[in-house]
Design a protein around this ligand. Sequence first.
Ligand SMILES: [Zn+2]
Length: 125
Amino acid sequence: MKIYGNCKFCKQSIPVKTEAQTRIQLAMQKGEKISCKCPNCNANQSIHVNDFKTQYSKTPQVIAAIIFCTGTLGGLYLGFFVLENIRNHYLAYGACSLLLVPGLAYGILHQEERRRVNAFNQMWV
Ligand SMILES: [Zn+2]
């Protein structure tokens, strides 16, 4: 994931890519101070791991939105198909309950992302 530190000179955020999920992992992998180069003013500096923060990434939101749209459309289509062709109410209810799946998937993805961000931002070395 991407973590962000602030440049000591121009205060711009400096993105750093890492495999670490928490600051503790980050400190173990790269040491307590991470040397990086500001993309704005090109100044080399070392930033303490506690000064990095992570942000919500857009990717899970995009994935969730796609799941939500296709899932909802699919569920509706299936629901209408079942209602039109089969006069079986249980099947119709089943198809309609498929509508809950995309919402559920969105919720899980969102929660997972929140857990990730909190795990990083709330643990200090
Ligand atoms: Zn800078």
